[in-house]
Design a protein around this ligand. Structure first.
Ligand code: HEC
Length: 340
């Protein structure tokens, strides 16, 4: 999908963690509470953004099954560093060990017993929500104005530009985000620095917000391909109420952004048509662009067996051509797998 013709897709699989060595009987007070204190309560306690508190047995007990499911899938605690590739040793690694996962799973599988109250560790102490955890900041940047979040409705995912007021180059050691008015409506926030010279001009962002369904990604790609757009980047986000928010960066056939409003509308209509129709959209016939006709690239597909603990990574090398991504997404969809 990039100009190099390299394309990386990943498909979601739940990974079963082999039951590692776990104690004969697992109880909340002795085995589970220390893990929750260390790994979960930073978020799962009153007045933070996580949906429920996991401080006490009474609070955690109803969530036993769900806890097992989330930790076995390595969705909780959120830690997206892959266990199988690249650097593994991080100072602030919050992920669970296989043994801790096995302990939580066994606790859920054996009726989530409380155990001896005398085994319960003393409660963990937390700093105030308005403590800076990385030390007093050199620079505080505030949002230009409050963002009002309606009490009901779908998740909103928005980009906000805040002026850092910097007039000269500075190194950034770290960024900490603090909510000024409570956590209740914030799910997560990521920050990046945007330089004035950043060329956003080279591509057009297409955001699709729609009920999630099988083959959704393939349909979107096919719709864009039908309108002649080349996809250069795709981010997929699924909300908890069953909606999908897919953000794609596209370029036109000449490698430029869509500056003409009529052409942009055509893109929108093509994606809407691909989403509305029952029959899967046809992919445009592949034509070899003249420029690359001289090269013969034999496509290769590899499944990176251990590239990811959460997903299966399919690496595809092929000559870039229109609708390449849509074709791949269709093939993956037809195998009954999901693109993540
Ligand atoms: C960095 C903050 C953070 C940490 C640490 C964390 N969680 Fe969560 N957890 C969340 C958030 C936020 C959600 C809501 C999920 C969502 O909306 O995607 C959640 C959701 C969950 C859910 C699903 C709740 C539901 O409504 O279905 C479970 C179960 C859970 N967490 C268990 C755990 C356990 C067990 C740990 C520790 C091993 C843990 N979490 C650590 C933030 C965290």
């Amino acid at each position: 999908m990039k100009t190099t013709g390299k394309c990386l897709l990943s498909a979601v699989f739940a990974t079963a963690i082999a039951a590692a060595q776990e104690p004969a009987q697992v109880t909340f007070t002795k085995d589970v509470a220390p893990i929750l204190q260390q790994r979960c309560q930073t978020c799962h306690r009153p007045d933070t953004f996580a949906p429920m508190s996991l401080l006490t047995y009474e609070e955690a007990r109803p969530w036993a099954k769900s806890i097992k499911q989330k930790v076995v899938a390595r969705e909780m605690p959120p830690w997206y560093i892959d266990k199988n590739v690249g650097v593994h040793n991080f100072k602030n690694d919050v992920s669970l060990t296989d043994k801790e996962i096995a302990t939580l799973a066994k606790w859920a599988d054996t009726g989530a017993p409380k155990g001896n109250p005398a085994d319960m560790p003393p409660p963990r102490k937390f700093e105030d929500n308005d403590t800076w955890h990385m030390g007093q900041p050199d620079l505080i940047v505030q949002l230009p104005k409050d963002i009002l979040v309606p009490a009901a409705g779908a998740d909103r995912w928005i980009d906000v530009l805040a002026d850092a007021g910097l007039t000269e180059d500075r190194y950034i050691r770290g960024i900490e985000i603090r909510t000024m008015k409570g956590f209740r409506s914030v799910h997560h926030v990521t920050t990046s620095m945007k330089h004035e010279d950043d060329a956003d001009s080279g591509s057009t962002r297409v955001s699709v917000f729609t009920p999630d369904r099988e083959g959704l990604f393939y349909r979107i790609c096919a719709g864009l391909a039908a309108a002649g757009a080349n996809i250069i980047d795709a981010r997929i986000h699924t909300t908890r109420d069953g909606m999908a928010l897919d953000n794609l960066l596209v370029k036109d056939g000449q490698g430029r952004a869509y500056s003409d409003r009529r052409l942009r509308n055509r893109l929108v209509r093509a994606v809407e048509a691909a989403l509305a129709s029952d029959a899967p959209p046809a992919l445009p016939r592949a034509q070899t662009p003249g420029r690359t006709a001289a090269f013969r690239v034999a496509p290769s597909v590899a499944i990176a067996e251990r590239a990811s603990t959460r997903t299966t990574v399919v690496e595809v090398n092929a000559r870039d051509r229109p609708a390449l991504l849509a074709g791949l997404a269709r093939a993956i969809h037809e195998q009954g797998t999901v693109v993540d």
